[in-house]
Structures are given as C-alpha cells and as structure tokens.
Design a protein around this ligand. Structure first.
Ligand SMILES: Nc1ncnc2c1ncn2[C@@H]1O[C@H](COP(=O)(O)OP(=O)(O)OP(=O)(O)O)[C@@H](O)[C@H]1O
Length: 248
C-alpha cells in the first residue's frame, strides 16, 4: 500500500483564489508499512489533508493515489478529530460496526471484548457513548478505526484527549499493533514528543504551506523509556525550533 499525493491544492471557498488556498501544490508519499506523522501549527491544513485522502473532500487540482489508483470513500480507515461514535449503539456495537460491513478481519463479540479490555473499557461494553468521558470515547473510536480491514489508517489526533499516562500506554500499544497488523499509518498530532516516539518520518506543515520532512532514526522496537533519551529530547527541541522560527 503506497499513498501518493501529487501537486494537490484545495480551497474551501472562492475556489481558484490563490490567497485562499488551504493546501497548495502539496506533494508527499507514504510507503507501505510506514508510520508518518503530520505536525504543524493549528490551521495549517493537517485535517484537511486527511479528509482529502479519505475522499470526503475533493482536491481542486492534483492527484491522490493509493497503490496507483484514485481513492474513493471507504478505501481507508479514518478516525476523525471528533469521535463520531454512533450515539444509539453501545460501545461494543460501535466497535463491531466495521465487522458488519467487511469481508475480511471479522471479529467476534468475544474478540471485541478482549480489545475493549486492552484499552481499559471492559466495564463499558454495554454503555452508550454519552455515558463515557471524552478520553474513553476517544479510545473506543480509536479501536473502531484500528479494527477495520483497511491497510491505510488515517488518525487525526487520536490521543489528544487522554491523560499523560493513558496516552503513553496507548502509544506503546499502537506501535505494537502497527507492527503486528502491518498497517500504514498517517497520524496527526500536536504533541512533538509523540510524533518523535511513533514515527518513521515527520512531515512538518509550515503556515507558508511548505512541507518539511524529518526522518526519525530512533531504533525500533521503541519502549516508553525512549521518552527520556537524549536523542528524543534533542529531536523534540529541534522540531519546536523549526515550528517557531518559521513565524519569527
Ligand atoms: N469546513 C470548513 N470551511 C471553511 N474553512 C475551513 C473548514 N475546515 C477548515 N477550514 C479552514 O482551513 C484551514 C485548515 O484547517 P484544518 O482543520 O485542516 O487545519 P489543522 O492544521 O488540522 O488545524 P488544527 O491543528 O487546529 O486541527 C483553517 O484555516 C480552517 O479555518
């Protein structure tokens, strides 16, 4: 599974107005099995890029190809920034929803329960989304995205609403699953440490719409103790400088 964006531009309104372009001549590639994070200040267009990849939005110009073919809605696994759990279905039924539509990777209720246990939601399988905290809903939505049979997963700040400890657990868990399930992941985050810890590459979107690439050469498998390593701390500082310098 290779994702390619070639010369992609998008404006929300006044189409064709150069000054209003949210995405301008963006070219990027994500290779099979890669973990790539998109970072950048608020409003630089990160979520818009994911919506373009899913097919929820259609680019004004350029091409978006998965394995050489144009993407259409439903080709990729997507966890949007707002969780979008179905309010009338219990948590376990929300998790099971993908299984109802896909041929491969069908999971049984028993398996779904095991997954819920792994994300600390065992007691909530029969609860409804409005009975859960923001962080719990986020974990359920994350699980739902993960348990699709799609090779490409687009995750928009999946751990944004989690407390620091749960977040560290979920990050380590995501890495082990990413390897186990051989997924390709595009991940949005504002947490620079998280981007360093998880990614093979980081794409930094600057407000001037230039995209910078940073390779993360930290060895794998990565364990939480890596957060305290000099290499990761240095990389985090460098990213922060690159983000702040841009507007200086
Ligand atoms: N539905 C919309 N209609 C009009 N403009 C929009 C819409 N959604 C986003 N925008 C604008 O497009 C730009 C990019 O938004 P986007 O949500 O992609 O940024 P982001 O980098 O993901 O931000 P954040 O980090 O805050 O989530 C912003 O200026 C935003 O105001």
């Amino acid at each position: 599974m290779t994702l390619v964006l070639k010369n992609v531009s998008y404006s929300f309104s006044n189409k064709g107005n150069e000054n209003n372009k949210v995405i301008s001549h963006l070219t990027m590639q994500v290779n099979q099995g890669e973990f790539v994070s998109l970072i950048g200040k608020s409003g630089t267009g990160k979520s818009t890029i994911l919506k373009l990849i899913t097919g929820l939005l259609k680019q004004d110009e350029g091409e978006i190809l998965v394995n050489g073919k144009c993407v259409s809605l439903g080709d990729v696994g997507y966890m949007p920034q707002r969780d979008l759990l179905l309010p009338w279905r219990s948590i376990i039924d929300n998790i099971m929803i993908a299984s109802e539509f896909q041929k491969e990777l069908k999971i049984t209720r028993e398996e779904a329960r095991k997954w819920l246990t792994r994300v600390g939601l065992k007691e909530y399988e029969n609860a409804f989304p409005n009975q859960l905290s923001g962080g719990m809903r986020q974990r359920a939505a994350f699980l739902r995205a993960l348990l699709t049979d799609k090779d490409l997963l687009l995750l928009d700040e999946p751990f944004g609403a989690l407390d620091a400890l749960t977040k560290k657990e979920m990050q380590a868990w995501l890495l082990s699953l990413w390897q186990e399930l051989n997924k390709t992941i595009v991940f949005i985050t504002h947490d620079l440490e998280e981007a360093c810890f998880l990614s093979d590459r980081i794409l930094l979107l600057q407000p001037n719409k230039i995209i910078e690439e940073i390779k993360v050469d930290l060895p794998r498998p990565r364990m939480p103790k890596l957060f305290h390593s000099i290499e990761l701390v240095k990389m985090r500082c460098e990213l922060e400088n690159r983000i702040t310098n841009e507007t200086d």
